[in-house]
Design a protein around this ligand. Structure first.
Ligand code: MRU
Length: 376
C-alpha cells in the first residue's frame, strides 16, 4: 500500500477530511472522520448539535490540538445555525477536554464573531453566519500554518542535521488527522520525505489509545513513507543503538515559560533525547502557545478513565469503548492514566511555529514570537 503513493508527491495521508461543515436539507451538520474506528474503517460521524460534538471530542472521535480548535469553532457555529443556546454550547465545548488550549481558542473565535455580529445589530441568522465564517477562517489559517511549519521545520532539520537521511522518531499523531492542513510534526516529516531527506519515521505506538499505531502508521502508510512502529518502551534501546537523529512531536499547550504539554510519553522521550544528544523538536501553531498559563505546573493535565489502561480494544470495537475491550488486568485494578505529560523548556531544543523557530526556548523568545504573530 505504501508504494502506491510513494511517487505522487501529493498528500494522501487521509482518505476523508478529518472535519467538514455540511448543509443537507435537514439542516447544518459537522461531519467528522471517526478516528476511533481507524485504521479498520473510514467512517463518518455526523454531529447535528453541540452535545454530539462534545461527546465526539471526549471519546476522541475528533482529537489533536489544532483540530480540536477547529471543531470547537464549528460547534459554536452549529449551535448558532440550529438556534440552540450559543452560550451553553460554547461553555460545554470549551470544557470538553482541558489540556489542548486550541479548543477554547477555537470556541472563543467563533463565539466572539457571533457576539460582535449581534452587537452590530445583526439578526440571529446573520450572527450564525458570522460564527461560521470565523470557523472557516480558522480552518483555513490552520492549513496555512501547517504549510509554514513544515517549511520552517525542514530548514531547521537541515541546519541541525546537515547530512540529510534523517531518522525521525515521533509520538502520538500529528498529521492531517489533527489539522486543516498536513499537521504539525508529521507535516515536517512529510516535507523531509518530499525533499528526499527522510530515511525512516519511527512511530511510537502511544499507549494506551494507540494514536501512533492506529493513526500515525495509517497516515505514514498512505503517504508512502518508510516507517517502523515500536512500543513506547522500545524507544530507549533505539536511542542507545544510535538509530534516532531527531525527535519531532506536536503540543497540546505551550506555557509562557516554554513548558510543553503533549501526549503522555513525550517527556520520557525528551529525557532520552537529551541523554543521547539528539534534538528534541516541538512543532505547533501559535494558537497552542498560551501566554495565560505561566509554567508547566499550571497546565491542567487530563486524567482519563482507568479502563483505557486495564483493557485493550477488541477487534472492531472502538478503542475508547468503555467495557467493550478485552481486560488485561485483574478486575478492580486501579490505573494511573494521565493523557499528557509536561516537558520543561530546558529539554526542548526548538519550538517551530508558523512564525519561525524559537531556539533556545525562553519565555522572552516565545513572547516575542507571539507578539510578532499578533503584529505587535
Ligand atoms: O489525546 P489526543 O489524541 O487528542 O492527543 C493528541 C496529542 O497529544 C498530539 O500530539 C497533540 O495534540 C499535537 S497534534 C498537533
Amino acid at each position: 500500500m505504501a508504494d502506491q503513493y510513494a511517487q505522487s508527491g501529493e498528500d494522501k495521508s487521509t482518505g476523508i477530511p478529518a472535519i467538514r461543515w455540511d448543509e443537507p436539507p435537514e439542516g447544518p451538520v459537522v461531519v467528522l472522520l471517526d478516528q476511533t474506528r481507524l485504521p479498520a474503517e473510514e467512517v463518518e460521524l455526523v454531529c447535528t448539535d453541540a452535545p454530539a460534538l462534545v461527546e465526539a471530542i471526549r471519546s476522541l472521535a475528533v482529537r489533536g490540538a489544532p483540530l480540536l480548535g477547529i471543531a470547537g469553532a464549528y460547534g459554536v457555529a452549529l449551535a448558532a445555525a440550529r438556534g440552540f443556546d450559543v452560550e451553553e454550547a460554547a461553555v460545554a465545548l470549551a470544557g470538553a477536554r482541558p489540556t489542548a488550549v486550541n479548543l477554547s481558542v477555537g470556541v472563543r473565535r467563533a463565539r466572539s464573531a457571533y457576539d460582535a455580529a449581534l452587537a452590530r445589530g445583526a439578526g440571529a441568522e446573520q450572527a450564525a453566519e458570522a460564527a461560521l465564517a470565523a470557523a472557516r477562517q480558522l480552518h483555513r489559517e490552520d492549513a496555512e500554518a501547517s504549510a509554514r511549519m513544515a517549511e520552517h521545520g525542514l530548514a531547521l532539520l537541515g541546519e541541525l542535521l546537515p547530512g540529510g537521511g534523517h531518522r525521525i522518531l515521533t509520538h502520538c499523531n500529528t498529521g492531517s488527522l489533527v489539522s486543516g492542513g498536513e499537521g504539525t510534526a508529521f507535516a515536517v516529516a512529510l516535507a523531509a520525505q518530499r525533499a528526499g531527506q527522510l530515511r525512516r519515521l519511527w512511530v511510537d505506538e502511544t499507549r494506551p489509545l494507540l494514536q501512533g499505531a492506529r493513526l500515525t502508521a495509517y497516515e505514514a502508510a498512505r503517504s508512502g513513507m518508510a516507517y517502523t512502529l515500536l512500543t513506547d518502551n522500545a524507544a530507549g534501546s533505539l536511542f542507545a543503538a544510535g538509530e534516532v537523529d531527531a525527535v519531532l512531536i506536536g503540543a497540546d499547550r505551550i506555557a509562557a515559560d516554554g513548558s510543553v504539554a503533549n501526549k503522555v510519553g513525550s517527556y520520557p522521550l525528551a529525557v532520552l533525547a537529551r541523554y543521547h544528544h539528539v534534538p528534541f523538536i516541538v512543532v505547533a501553531p501559535v494558537t497552542t502557545v498560551d501566554p495565560e498559563t505561566p509554567n508547566g505546573a499550571s497546565i491542567e493535565v487530563e486524567q482519563r478513565a482507568g479502563y483505557e489502561v486495564t483493557e485493550v480494544a477488541a477487534p472492531n470495537v472502538p478503542v475508547t469503548g468503555a467495557g467493550g475491550g478485552v481486560p488485561v488486568a485483574p478486575l478492580g485494578t486501579q490505573a494511573y492514566n494521565p493523557a499528557f505529560d509536561v516537558t520543561p523548556p530546558e529539554l526542548v531544543t526548538a519550538i517551530v511555529t508558523e512564525e519561525g523557530v524559537v531556539s533556545p526556548v525562553t519565555a522572552e523568545a516565545l513572547a516575542e514570537m507571539c507578539d510578532r504573530s499578533r503584529g505587535v
